[in-house]
Design a protein around this ligand. Structure first.
Ligand code: DGL
Length: 275
């Protein structure tokens, strides 16, 4: 284990959603220190234009490079879908997104090769999931559904509310109705936004027992493990430290984070991204 192994892993999301990826990363790589950055002040990213989200992601990458991270996870599908390729080119450290790992998880789960992708408006517009899924299986049927209300419901701490269930019904039911090739009846729902695992109980209830619901957290953590292992950068021992930063609304962020991890609110430091 070289010195590089001791450096932290960075994780970036527009808000609290990437914490679902952090939780899995901590489980799979318990010795790794992490720095989490949520751009709470400018969330949601989903309704924004690609150039704007690319700009925000570049700012986040500069923030991480000033803190000596050994690898950065873009734990946000929206940012991954429009910025991963560009920031990977520009970055001195490996950058991992959540879309390809999410596609891999869905393809492992689907028996009938028919997948429904729930995602933000910008992720759907980008077509990134269709490309990632078809790269891995050119014959797979994919139906996408933009879910613009879900991120705000999660960020407002209303993931278990009646409004959340209404919204999930509105978005999920069309993917389950018969409709032929263009709109297949899917057997797998891919949560293509890192906020959506926080709505998993409601999504599973609406989808019913015959539909599998998968997300990208476990496969993203696995991708990180593989990259670190193949470059001898896994931290094998020592006490991990975890720091969480956000760009505004610290108290709201702490409240939602505490509900996600079902533990006391984490310490969250406020930071700035604009340069
Ligand atoms: N958690 C994010 C994603 O995975 C972003 C949600 C948003 O800011 O709209 O897409």
């Amino acid at each position: 284990m070289g010195d590089a192994a001791l450096r932290p892993i960075g994780l970036f999301d527009s808000g609290v959603g990437g914490l679902t990826v952090l939780r899995e990363l901590r489980r799979q790589l318990p010795n790794e220190s992490t720095l989490y950055l949520g751009d709470e002040a400018r969330m949601p990213y989903g309704p924004r234009e690609p150039a704007e989200v690319l700009g925000f992601t570049r700012e986040a990458m500069r923030w991480f490079s000033g803190r000596d991270c050994k690898l950065v996870v873009i734990a946000c599908n929206t940012a991954t879908s429009v910025a991963l390729e560009a920031v990977r080119e520009e970055s001195a450290v490996p950058v991992i997104g959540v879309i390809r790992p999410g596609a891999a998880a869905a393809l492992t789960a689907t028996a009938r090769r028919a997948i429904g992708v729930l995602a933000t408006v910008l992720t759907v517009r980008s077509g990134a999931y269709i490309r990632a899924l078809r790269d891995l299986d050119p014959l797979v049927d994919v139906a996408q559904q933009a879910c613009p209300r879900l991120v705000t419901l999660v960020e407002e701490g209303r993931a278990n509310s009646a409004q959340a269930e209404d919204a999930v019904r509105e978005y999920v039911e069309p993917l389950l109705t018969e409709g032929g090739v263009v709109r297949p009846v899917v057997d797998t729902l891919l949560l293509g936004c890192t906020h959506y695992p926080l709505l998993r109980p409601i999504i599973e209830k609406v989808a019913g027992r015959d539909v599998r619901v998968v997300d990208s957290a476990a496969t993203t953590a696995l991708a990180v493990r593989e990259v670190l292992a193949s470059h001898r950068m896994v931290r094998e021992e020592g006490r991990a430290e975890h720091h969480v930063f956000c760009t505004g609304a610290v108290e709201r962020f702490r409240g939602v984070a505490s509900a996600i991890f079902q533990e006391d609110p984490p310490d969250v430091e406020e930071t700035r991204l604009q340069t």
